[in-house]
Write a new protein. Structure first.
Lengths: 374, 644
């Protein structure tokens, strides 16, 4: 153990660069380029605002991802709680200083960009819980008092996000946190009990909601309630994907998105647009890239020696997978419409930032895979 | 506690890996689920979704086809199309609609009411949908509009086509076109796929009868539209197909001549070719202006039409029902001859009236006609003679003959305004009146009064079928080269005068349907009609043509409106002194020329008094006009025959 530490601390820059997972980096890069193509198409085949800022964001945050990869894993471990607290403060900031857009308050105006702290919290919570369960011994894992802190750090941001209101992101944050807790060894019965408790408390929580918030939740649960809103979106998305057929309508030929039948085509429905223009094979290609990315992140979890690293990589990899499938299932009409971007593909700086941040931390686990953490 | 031992770490690491393995398996399942969904949407159901996507993408705008024209026998257009100048407006392209309206008002003649309507339409429809500001402006307005077009953002001058009738003499038989109404859409099946906003359809007359074919096939423009319905680009244009044009048997010149002749009267005139049923002229008076209906009817004009007691909107020739009066006597005599009830030389004595069944029946000639046989009975139109004949014949046998000759049923095809009229008999009365037949009523029927109701066209057909030697013809108004069997037969007869053809051979060789048992009877009637018009004492003797070329044989008639009272009869009240509404309808039927019948005519003058005085002079003039144009008509006919 001592030996390995000395080896790790003496890693040369060349060693570090060589130990990067290039398959992951290349996959992310290809996905990024693909997303730029898709964004170009949403702008109607012109290099307009969305495409320009998407290109800028991708390269900036891709650079950030590579840079963060070389930061010591011990730094991430030691600063996990702090990072979580920082993100939480930002979330609180949204509550008081946030920008309101189309009925929900999600963004902080940072002058150079509008930051959506709830996206960052997706990764922040995973980081926090990875550290927490890294440090909790296996005997204490399932003791009630050791469950207290995880529950607080899970519930607090979820409540803040859900009341923005942004139910989709709140659920995705919860999914990441619960995954880490379960992977660490928390018994299934606790999840079941808290699930029941959640259901029991739901009516009380609902009574605090404002009428328009209630209405949103009802629509979420039953899209038929709003056939021209959420229901319309699902129908048009299915038409777009289905009409793409095997080979698609061709680049810049997606009539559904061109003629504005497709809602939110830059963000949540970017996969639909791509699928319409590039067909079944195009969809498989995207799915394949995501599979590689998830696989490589999990692979890092396998090779990294610390449980912190494992928990983070497994947790982040699984969360990443969940983001992808929730978005895809949503646009394929398998899940109700909740706002959930497709990682890297969708337009949106905060989401891109959060994903690249998570990838950076994961890559750091790869570079410092043999470095023990305590 | 917070720094776990190495062994602990390994156990935990194994636990984590085990759970991760389970998660990976779950991920694989979900991934395959997504792939399965993609297969189902993009491969299995791709055709369905492609169709749905095209349905989204394309929208079609219908284009009204050009209506076919209607021509007369000489290929003159009697219902044609003309260019009309219209003003369209696309609200989206105008920055300030109200300002535009103010400007437009100085250029065009637009009322406040119209502007109010336009504002409502604009508020209702999408801003890029064009609206029609005015569908028929004059050329000078149109050129002024074009001159100021640069100040009129959003305004589009459009040249279109619309129905135009060169003359209103044929307004009744042609009918008119007008905007499609909600009721039309419900009742007319062919409009279902055809309806274009702003399209006109035939409402009455030929325009209505031919509507389905004359409208044409609808065209469309297919546009790609976005989610808000805005047209992005035109994908396809289909001009549609102009409607079929029709050639009629009418003679526009005769129409105009006749219409002018009767314009001050409430009257109707029918002229028919006796051999093929071609309707040469069918005029009803007073007429109306059909062009007024094309571009939205003026309310004052409509009211004036509705209030006019001469009923200008009714086509009296086919929808007016009148007792046939003495014109029916030809059929009464024929029926009696055919049924062997009387012989031509049987005589009755007319003393001006006859008392039967406890009722007095008067002859129009107060002093009586003396000894009367069939020929004299028709010539003088002796009522007493026909009372006797009718009494012997009975109403049922009379009605049989009358029906055979086309009374009591619709004789044209597809004219909704045509009426069938009534040929009474005992069964009919039982069924529709609910009473038994009185013998007295048979006598009234014998002089064409009482329950008898007929249209002038039916009387014309009746006369034509007598004139052609007693063969059935079908009146027609759409020109048809075929079905001239009777002509062929006459031609054959003239070439082989000594070939006596039995009836069944007529039927099989010329596909003719004789309406007689013995053609000699028909000839007797024709001869009697000749004497009525051309021999002293005849009811229309005063209006005969001496010129052999125009000599006609006719029968007068007047249909009673009100029964003459005994007092009026005693005072010898003249029809002319009665109030307009109480005067008899004057009727006259004839065929000409007598020696070689070519045309039959019927004239009706509502409240015109006696047929001999009012109706016969009109017939006389029309007969001359028609016969003068006969050679021309025949030349056209033979030219067309060569084309076949």
């Amino acid at each position: 153990m001592f030996r390995s530490r000395s080896i790790q601390s003496s890693l040369s820059i060349k060693d570090k660069i060589l130990s990067i997972d290039y398959i992951l980096v290349i996959s992310v890069f290809i996905l990024g380029l693909t997303s730029i193509l898709a964004m170009y198409s949403t702008d109607g085949g012109e290099l307009k605002y969305h495409t320009q800022s998407h290109i800028l964001r991708f390269f900036v945050f891709f650079g950030m991802f590579l840079t963060l990869s070389f930061i010591q894993i011990r730094f991430w471990h030691s600063q996990s709680y702090l990072i979580y607290i920082l993100f939480f403060i930002l979330l609180l900031g949204v509550k008081y200083f946030g920008l309101t857009s189309s009925g929900s308050k999600r963004w902080l105006d940072l002058y150079f960009m509008n930051l959506q702290p709830s996206e960052l919290m997706k990764v922040g919570l995973i980081l926090f819980l990875a550290k927490y369960y890294h440090r909790t011994s296996i005997e204490n894992l399932n003791r009630i008092r050791y469950l207290f802190l995880p529950i607080v750090v899970l519930i607090a941001p979820i409540i803040l996000v859900a009341t923005q209101p942004d139910l989709g992101t709140a659920l995705l944050i919860a999914a990441g946190g619960l995954t880490v807790a379960w992977l660490a060894g928390v018994r299934v019965k606790f999840f079941a009990i808290s699930g029941l408790a959640f259901l029991a408390l739901l009516p009380i929580a609902i009574s605090f909601l404002k009428p328009y918030q209630k209405s949103r939740i009802l629509t979420f649960l039953n899209p038929e309630r709003d056939p021209l809103g959420a229901g319309y979106q699902i129908i048009q998305s299915k038409i777009a994907i289905g009409s793409g057929g095997l080979f698609g309508k061709g680049f810049l030929q997606g009539s559904q998105s061109y003629l504005d039948y497709l809602p939110e085509k830059h963000t949540d429905f970017i996969f639909t647009l791509f699928s319409e223009e590039f067909g079944f094979f195009g969809s498989l290609f995207i799915l394949f890239l995501y599979a590689i990315i998830v696989w490589r992140i999990i692979k890092i979890g396998n090779v990294t020696r610390s449980n912190f690293g494992k928990l983070f990589c497994y947790g982040f990899g699984t969360a990443f997978f969940i983001y992808v499938v929730v978005n895809m299932m949503m646009v394929l009409g398998l899940l109700p419409i909740v706002g959930s971007p497709l990682p890297i593909m969708s337009y949106g700086g905060s989401s891109m930032m959060a994903i690249m941040f998570g990838l950076g931390v994961a890559m750091s686990c790869r570079v410092y895979k043999d470095t023990p953490v305590n | 506690m917070l720094s776990p031992s190495s062994g602990n770490t390994v156990i935990k690491s194994k636990l984590i890996s085990r759970r991760m393995f389970l998660l990976t398996a779950a991920k694989a399942i979900v991934t395959f689920g997504i792939i399965g969904r993609l297969v189902s949407l993009q491969i299995n159901e791709r055709t369905k979704y492609k169709t749905l996507s095209d349905k989204n993408r394309f929208r079609e705008w219908k284009l009204a086809p050009e209506r076919g024209v209607i021509r007369d026998f000489f290929d003159k257009e009697i219902a044609s199309n003309q260019q009309v100048y219209q003003v369209h407006l696309i609200p989206e392209n105008s920055r300030d609609i109200e300002k535009l309206f103010v400007r437009l008002k100085t250029i065009l003649n637009i009322t406040e009411k119209k502007l109010f309507y336009l504002r409502r339409v604009i508020a209702k429809q999408k801003p890029w949908e064009p609206i029609i500001v005015s569908d028929n402006i004059t050329w000078s307005e149109f050129s002024r509009l074009n001159l100021f077009l640069h100040e009129l953002e959003g305004v589009k001058p459009v040249v279109s086509v619309a129905r135009m009738y060169p003359d209103n003499s044929s307004a009744h038989i042609l009918g008119y076109v007008s905007q499609v109404s909600a009721k039309d859409l419900q009742t007319k099946k062919y409009l279902k796929d055809l309806h274009v906003p702003g399209m006109s359809i035939g409402k009455t007359g030929l325009e209505r009868k031919l509507d389905e074919e004359i409208i044409g096939k609808i065209g469309f423009q297919r546009y790609e539209v976005n989610a808000y319905g805005k047209r992005i680009k035109q994908i396809l244009i289909n001009e549609g197909q102009a409607g079929k044009s029709f050639k009629t048997t009418l003679d526009f010149e005769v129409q105009k001549f006749t219409s002018e002749l009767i314009k001050d009267k409430a009257a109707a005139v029918c002229v028919m070719d006796v051999y093929n049923g071609d309707i040469v002229s069918l005029v009803s008076s007073p007429t109306f202006e059909p062009n007024e209906f094309v571009h939205g009817l003026d309310k004052n004009y409509w009211n004036s039409l509705i209030k006019n007691e001469m009923k200008p909107l009714t086509n009296k020739a086919i929808s007016g029902l009148y007792p046939p009066g003495s014109t029916i006597k030809t059929l009464v005599a024929l029926s009696a001859l055919e049924n062997g009830v009387i012989k031509p030389l049987d005589t009755f004595k007319c003393e001006g009236k006859i008392e039967l069944y406890g009722e007095k029946f008067h002859c129009w000639e107060k002093d009586g006609h003396g000894i009367v046989n069939l020929r004299k009975g028709i010539q003088r139109s002796c009522d007493v003679y026909f009372y006797e004949v009718a009494r012997k014949l009975g109403v049922d046998r009379l009605s049989e003959t009358a029906k055979k000759f086309g009374l009591g049923k619709k004789v044209l095809d597809g004219f909704i305004e045509e009426r069938a009229g009534v040929v009474p008999n005992t069964k009919w009365k039982k069924k529709f009146v609910g009473q038994n037949w009185y013998l007295g009523e048979t006598l009234h029927s014998g002089i064409g009064q009482g329950y008898f109701q007929s249209t002038p066209l039916q009387l014309c057909l009746m006369t034509a079928q007598i004139a052609n030697g007693g063969f059935e013809i079908k009146p027609r108004i759409i020109f048809d080269k075929k079905n001239n069997n009777l002509r062929d037969f006459i031609k054959y007869k003239n070439e082989n005068p000594n070939d006596p053809l039995p009836t069944d051979l007529l039927v099989s060789n010329f596909e003719l349907k004789p309406l007689f048992k013995n053609q000699e009877h028909i000839n007797l009637i024709k001869d009697a009609m000749f004497s009525s018009s051309n021999e002293p004492g005849g009811t229309s003797y005063r209006h005969r043509w001496e010129n052999k070329k125009f000599t006609f044989a006719g029968k007068t008639g007047s249909s009673q409106i009100k029964k003459f009272t005994e007092a009026q009869r005693e005072a010898e009240v003249k029809q002319e002194s009665l109030p307009y509404k109480d005067r008899d309808h004057a009727l006259f039927v004839a065929y000409a020329p007598h020696s070689d019948p070519k045309y039959a005519i019927s004239v009706l003058v509502e409240h015109g008094g006696s047929g001999g005085k009012t109706a016969a002079p009109i017939a006389k003039k029309v007969i001359k006009k028609v016969l003068e144009r006969h050679e021309l008509r025949e030349r056209i006919d033979s030219l067309l025959g060569e084309q076949v």
